[in-house]
Design a binder for this molecule. Structure first.
Ligand code: PLP
Length: 403
């Protein structure tokens, strides 16, 4: 098997699994319990949170641990709620009954941001044809009512990196102007960094974000484990109430093994950050030079492990199936949308035609690969595409002859 879909899922690193194991079996105590072994587990849990927080220039107390990035993204939007209403409650009623003109989100966001923002009546910010935020569009849509702007650090279908520091710097200017005008409304920047933690240096202060989503499942950690960084000034409303864990923002017994595993995964990613970036840049170059007859979709401002290519006139869904038969696993877009046969809103947003969208493959490189893999995969993809092109030509000849 040659697995080329690391943006959808990464395998848990063996060292991560080893770090987690004791917390399932021997150190299984509930961190809230009063006896000493439980207190030790509680301390180790805090240390793990500290490791994750440190990697983004924050402190353990700034993080709310969640069951993945979807939950963290949903929680981030509770900054708008003023203590009252959940996104699901908002979803239950048509948004025309509400006046929530205060949310902006990038049109290429993952559904866990996009659908939540839409539930709050959010307005989409356009991207340019390279997938990077259209700053003029963003600036024109910010009003004195705008409270929250959500822009992912790295897009999960294209790997495009957004200029968050630039955005937060002009948001600071807007906040200053608001202060001068006596407007006290918050103006928060949230970023879903699910796809960025693996290969990018992330520092919340340098990025200027108020809220940041992290995801263990994309960094060779366990699935169903994530975190939301929350800056001191931001007030959130919990999605769950109960035992008051995570400073009352996420009640429920802590996922100790999951968070310990997340910390180990983050540590490993940090350790190999520079080496991995160089490695993926080289692998991307090799793959693109070995592949033939394609159009490269994500050219600039991209994370090097993302390769999005288009085979015009070919049905990529069919390619995926044919490639799977040859042991190569790739994607057409976000795994959740692909499984429901939904056309990619991301590829549509960058202006691709229907034919280009239908013919696009997302290849995401990762630690299960090596150079040999990539050459072999490229060879198989070339063969499958060539066969498919020939089949299409034969079919159209046959149809013409039948007429
Ligand atoms: N945000 C982005 C950018 C993602 O790539 C994903 C994962 O597919 C998610 C959010 C959702 O993560 P999870 O399924 O772990 O909640």
């Amino acid at each position: 098997m040659i697995y080329l879909d690391h943006a959808a899922a990464t395998p848990v690193d063996r060292r991560v699994l080893e770090a987690m194991e004791p917390y399932f079996v021997s150190d299984f105590f509930n961190p809230s319990a009063a006896y000493l072994p439980a207190k030790k587990v509680a301390a180790e849990y805090e240390t793990a949170k500290g490791t994750i927080a440190h990697a983004i220039g924050a402190k353990a107390s700034d993080l709310v641990m969640t069951a993945g990035a979807t939950e963290a993204n949903n929680l981030a939007f509770s900054a708008l709620r003023n203590g009252a209403e959940s996104a699901s409650q908002s979803l239950a009623r048509p948004s025309s009954h509400h006046r929530h003109p205060s949310v902006l989100y990038l049109e290429t966001e993952h559904d866990s941001v996009r659908r939540t923002a839409q539930a709050y009546g959010g307005e989409a910010i356009r991207v340019q044809s390279n997938g990077v935020v259209d700053l003029e569009d963003l600036k024109s849509k910010i009003t004195d009512d705008t409270e929250l702007i959500s822009i992912a650090l790295v897009n999960n279908e294209l790997g495009v990196i957004q200029p968050l520091a630039e955005i937060s710097s002009f948001l600071r200017e807007i906040k200053l102007r608001r202060m001068q005008k006596g407007i006290r409304k918050q103006l928060l920047l949230h970023s879903d960094a699910s796809q960025g933690l693996n290969l990018l240096e992330i520092n919340v202060a340098r990025l200027g974000v108020d809220l940041l989503t992290l995801n263990a499942a994309k960094v060779y950690g366990p699935k169903g484990v994530g975190a939301l960084y929350v800056s001191h000034e931001v007030r959130l409303s919990p999605l769950t109430v109960g035992g008051g864990q995570e400073n009352g923002l996420r009640s429920g017994t802590e996922n100790v093994p999951g968070v310990i595993g997340f910390a180990k995964a983050v540590e490993l990613a940090r350790e190999h950050l520079n080496g991995n970036r160089k490695k993926y840049a080289e692998w991307r170059r090799i793959l693109l030079s070995e592949l033939s007859d394609y159009e490269l979709i994500n050219k600039k401002h991209v994370l090097d492990n993302f390769v999005v290519i288009c085979y015009n006139g070919i049905d990529a869904e069919r390619l995926i199936y044919l490639l799977e038969e040859r042991g190569v696993y790739v994607a057409t877009g976000a795994a959740c949308a692909a499984s429901k046969g939904i056309r990619s809103h991301v590829l549509a947003a960058i202006g691709l035609t229907e034919a280009q969208i239908a013919g696009s493959l997302r290849i995401t490189l990762g630690e299960t690969n090596d150079e040999e893999h990539l050459r072999k995969a490229a060879h198989i993809i070339n063969e499958v595409v060539k066969d498919e092109r020939e089949r299409i030509v034969r079919r159209s000849h046959k149809l013409r002859n039948e007429k």
